[in-house]
Write a protein that binds this ligand. Structure first.
Ligand SMILES: [Zn+2]
Length: 295
């Protein structure tokens, strides 16, 4: 039994395909890294499911990052999914949001921007799209994004509960001669009847049979989704190097030690004075080597 998975499907005779995502254990791991207000927790869960559906739809080597920024009540919400289906997500918000649990899901999508970054290993480039938030749900925003960026009619449904999130995507494939227009319309109309409680409580094959009883559907094997953080001591050292020696030593003077905690997985990385000095000494040796090679 796989707890968190994606399962793709395709219509045998109609140019439409889709996928279901179900998150349980992975969602528990991510949502228990911090105490989140309810609204932010729902937003983060929906971003994550949307992120997974996007990543498996846009075939790439690398990862997709989905973020919400510039929202007055939420500093940042970010989710990442690699092509190997390793995911992580976190959100930052003012501590005061907690005391009264005042941030609702509606607040999180009310204003700000949703930024989708495609980080491809193939050419090392980043491709970014920005969508303005104005109260539409994450699934509605994605529907619009896919139409604009991929020119493909795609619909998303995301059903959230505290312990389980289920997402479904349905996508029209090219139908050059318009032979299948009626069938495609019928399939998308039927998909609109999916209820959130049904997504959360019913097996995927049962939902497909109920919705599309007229059609032959190929249901592919499940692919496992796992939690995976990409943090590490080397990455933190690079981040500290970017602060500069002066800033790093001033923290050591004030605090005696530099402690960095990963927002995604709560791993703690500590550096004493000796560590800080050696990370900058090693850096100057590295730079010397590079300049010698250039010369
Ligand atoms: Zn981490």
């Amino acid at each position: 039994m796989v707890n968190s998975f994606i399962r793709k499907f395709a219509f045998d005779k109609i140019p439409v395909h889709g996928a279901f995502v179900e998150l349980t254990d992975v969602w528990y791991t991510i949502s228990s890294q911090k105490e989140y207000p309810d609204g932010i927790k729902q937003l983060l869960g929906e971003l994550l499911v949307a992120n997974i559906l996007l990543t498996t739809n846009i075939k790439l080597q690398g990862k997709i990052i989905v973020q919400i920024q510039n929202n007055p009540k939420l500093d940042l919400a970010v989710s990442e999914c690699s092509n190997k289906l390793k995911v992580r997500a976190t959100a930052k918000f003012a501590a005061s949001a907690h005391q009264d649990n005042q941030i609702s899901y509606a607040d999180c999508i009310d204003s700000g921007s949703l930024i989708i970054t495609i980080d491809s290993d193939n050419d090392g480039k980043l491709y970014q799209s920005i969508v303005v938030l104005n109260g539409r749900s994450i699934s509605d925003i994605l529907t619009e994004y896919m139409l604009q960026s991929e020119q493909l009619h795609t619909v998303f449904f995301i059903a959230y509960s505290e312990k389980k999130i289920v997402g479904c995507m349905l996508q029209k494939l090219p139908d050059v001669e318009g032979v299948y227009t009626e069938d495609i319309d019928r399939v998308f109309k039927m998909a609109e009847t999916i209820e959130h409680h049904e997504l959360l409580s019913t097996e995927i094959n049962v939902i497909l049979k109920r919705l599309f009883y007229e059609d032959d559907i190929i249901l592919f094997d499940s692919q496992h989704i796992s939690f995976g953080c990409t943090c590490g001591r080397e990455r933190v050292i690079n981040m500290l190097r970017s602060l500069g020696l002066e800033e790093a030593t001033s923290i050591i003077e004030d605090e005696g030690i530099i402690t960095v905690t990963c927002d995604f997985c709560n791993s703690v990385y500590s550096f004493n004075e000796q560590d800080v000095l050696s990370m900058f000494t090693n850096l100057s040796i590295d730079l010397e080597c590079i300049s010698n090679e250039i010369n």
